[in-house]
Design a protein around this ligand. Structure first.
Ligand code: BMA
Length: 344
């Protein structure tokens, strides 16, 4: 493989104050953990037993997050949290109170696995909601005070909605993973486009589960919002394998074409993070690593990845754009018809 290290870079904004630790001496893998993980532990605020699978963004010089909060009755809702350094979080005790497009209060029956993506001057929250079963919830905010819920963008059943951080060819693009309403034992990632965030169509297949390895054999799902790089859209995602002891969730890396993201350019054949530490192997659901957000700095190429661990904690892991993109190129595996535009 050619060495692209010199020219691989993030296309985007500088974020010099993101959390960061250098790669430990002698560590051989492309993604390394924060040394003081988990950064959010059990019972983080009154009435909330566990926080995991959550999304953070930079906002006005500090960081804000939309957190999957498993309340003490076991039902997940979304809570806001604030942080000066991206590591120590103050979680709000009250859940986010959405309003509908008429300004009336709206509360989803449940809400989990949020992503938060800024497109131009608006932040969009995408989560798994109840719409006669698991479906994609969607809301916008400009100030993290008023959250306006936008009517169901997609039919049920679907999960892992991930918006791209800018329009491509003048259209909004959203990844999703059509599914069933339960613990889906299947699933590929698709992309849909919209001129206005209301009408969605031109659905295309992006990437399939499977491949030579077994770690992503059962299903896959989009992760944090894709990061625009010189080589394409870098996305971390989750891949799931089945064992006689249940499912195991690992993190993978893929690079999608910049102009036609339904086309996979490179996809690492191996996981880039898999449950190994106590907080990933032990918890409410053992053996889960589930990435939902990144912070990244175009100046240095540093990337901090936020992931849910064992459906119990939030962990942070680090990489650089040079390292993860080069790794993904070097370990590329073509799976199914990933490299086509997915129209059939
Ligand atoms: C998936 C989602 C995730 C969860 C995972 C493992 O179906 O519900 O929120 O982390 O299962 O339990």
């Amino acid at each position: 493989m050619t060495n692209l290290t010199q020219r691989i870079h993030i296309i985007g904004e500088a974020l010099p104050n993101l959390p960061w630790q250098n790669k430990p001496e002698g560590y051989e893998f492309p993604v390394w953990r924060h040394s003081d993980n988990p950064v959010i532990k059990r019972n983080p605020v009154k009435g909330v037993a566990r926080i995991f699978n959550s999304a953070v963004v930079p906002y006005e010089g500090r960081f804000v997050g939309v957190f999957r909060a498993e309340t003490t009755n076991g039902r997940p809702h979304l809570h806001l949290g604030w942080s000066e350094d991206g590591l120590s979080w103050q979680i709000e005790e009250e859940r986010i109170n959405f309003v509908d497009e008429q300004g009336e209060s709206f509360q989803p029956n449940y809400a989990y696995d949020p992503r938060v993506v800024r497109v131009e001057d608006t932040y969009y929250v995408i989560w798994c909601t109840d719409f006669y079963g698991a479906a994609i919830g969607f809301a916008s905010t400009k100030d993290f005070q008023t959250f306006t819920r936008l009517e169901n963008p997609f039919l049920p059943f679907n999960r892992n909605g991930v918006l791209f951080p800018r329009k491509i060819n003048d259209k909004f693009l959203m990844l999703s993973r059509p599914s069933d309403s339960g613990h889906t034992p299947f699933g590929d990632v698709f992309v849909s486009e919209s001129p206005d965030l209301v009408h969605w169509g031109k659905h295309r297949h992006v990437m399939a589960k499977g491949g030579q390895g077994w770690w992503q054999a059962v299903k896959i799902g989009g992760g944090p919002a894709p990061i625009e790089t010189s080589e394409g859209w870098l996305m971390f995602y989750h891949g799931v394998t089945g064992t006689c002891n249940g499912l195991v969730y690992s993190m993978g890396a893929v690079i999608l074409d910049r102009d036609e993201p339904s086309r996979v350019k490179y996809r690492a054949s191996t996981f880039v993070l898999t449950p190994e530490e106590w907080y990933e192997e032990r918890g409410f659901v053992a053996n889960v690593v589930f990435p939902c957000a990144t912070l990244h700095d175009a100046g240095t190429g540093r990337i901090a990845i936020y992931y849910g661990a064992a459906d119990t904690y939030v962990g942070v892991a680090y990489t650089t754009v040079e390292e993860i993109v080069q790794y993904t190129i070097d370990h590329h595996e073509e799976i199914g018809d990933d490299s086509t535009i997915g129209k059939m």
